[in-house]
Structure formats: structure tokens, C-alpha cells
Design a binder for this molecule. Structure first.
Ligand code: ADP
Length: 154
């Protein structure tokens, strides 16, 4: 059976940290779907179309990676797309506390889905999409935090 994983997130925007989690996970899975979650309580800063396009371009030469978006529960999306694994990244102990709670609650909802938590590359541990957005809102240059070649002004 092919090993398919979903990497869910807001990716507002998708950063070098997110990219490194996906690249680390590639040898573990046959396919990784990067799924942009549209949260009913959070308005995004960057439009969905731009976020999808940036991710697609980043992995243009990687056939195992696909990009999609969804609303609703992540575990429901995993079941609907035949994905047995849910991928998330850890930057620090705070992420660990948060991610382990979500993983346990997701497992209570769908015991057949396994969450895989990957520790991020220390070079990218400080990169946080919320701060990247703040820098952009205030006119700062965010290119160094985004995957190489991301066209911010699409
Ligand atoms: P969400 O809104 O679901 O938290 P994010 O886009 O903020 O979505 O993050 C998606 C996943 O990527 C989470 O597991 C988060 O911990 C992880 N992540 C965020 N930033 C980084 C980073 N710099 N390095 C590694 N993982 C990260």
C-alpha cells in the first residue's frame, strides 16, 4: 500500500521552515499532500491562490508533492484522501506541547491516522509565519524567510 501523508497548515505564508519539514519527510512517504486549511475563525493575510502557487512552484520538480486546500477537520480530509499519516513540524518545546495535544485529539477522532512530528532544522527554528506577516505588513523584506524563488508580489 502506498504511504501517503498530509501536511496541513495555514501556510500564511509557506516558509523555509515548512519547506524543510517537507524535504525531510520525502524519503518517508510515497506522496505528500500539502493541504492549506481554511480556518473558519481566521482570515488569511495572503490570498489562497498565491499561497498555493508559491508552494506549487517550490516543489515543481518534486513529483511526490501535491498541493491542495480544504475546510473542516484535518482527519476527515485525511480519510477522504486515503492518507494514513499526518505530518507536522516542531520548532521548540511550545510546538511540542501544542502538536502533541492535537495529535492525541486527532487520534481520538480517527485512530487509524498516525501523526508524524519532525523536528525542524535549527536554521529555521525562529521562522514563524505570524512574524513574517507582521514584517511584510510593515514594509520589511521577507524574501530570506520564504523558499528560494518565491515571487512575493504575484
Ligand atoms: P497552523 O496554522 O496549522 O499552525 P502553520 O502554517 O503555522 O499552520 O504551521 C504548519 C506546521 O508547520 C505546524 O506543524 C508548525 O509547527 C510547523 N512549522 C511552522 N513553522 C515552522 C518552521 N519554521 N520550521 C518547522 N516547522 C514549522
Amino acid at each position: 500500500m502506498s504511504k501517503r501523508a498530509v501536511f496541513p497548515g495555514s501556510f500564511d505564508p509557506f516558509t523555509r521552515g515548512h519547506e524543510s519539514v517537507v524535504r525531510k519527510a520525502l524519503p518517508l512517504f510515497d506522496e505528500i499532500i500539502i493541504a492549506i486549511g481554511q480556518n473558519s475563525t481566521k482570515n488569511s493575510y495572503f490570498p489562497l491562490e498565491h499561497r498555493s502557487e508559491w508552494i506549487r512552484k517550490t516543489f515543481t520538480s518534486e513529483p511526490k508533492v501535491n498541493v491542495d486546500h480544504f475546510t473542516g477537520l484535518t482527519v476527515d480530509y485525511c480519510v477522504q484522501n486515503d492518507c494514513a499519516f499526518l505530518l507536522r513540524g516542531l520548532r521548540n518545546a511550545r510546538d511540542f506541547e501544542f502538536e502533541s495535544s492535537i495529535a492525541q485529539m486527532n487520534e481520538a477522532l480517527q485512530p487509524e491516522i498516525t501523526t508524524v512530528l519532525l523536528v525542524c532544522d535549527p536554521r529555521y527554528a525562529a521562522i514563524n509565519s505570524t512574524i513574517v506577516r507582521e514584517i511584510h505588513k510593515n514594509g520589511g523584506d521577507i524574501a530570506q524567510f520564504l523558499p528560494e524563488g518565491t515571487e512575493i508580489d504575484l
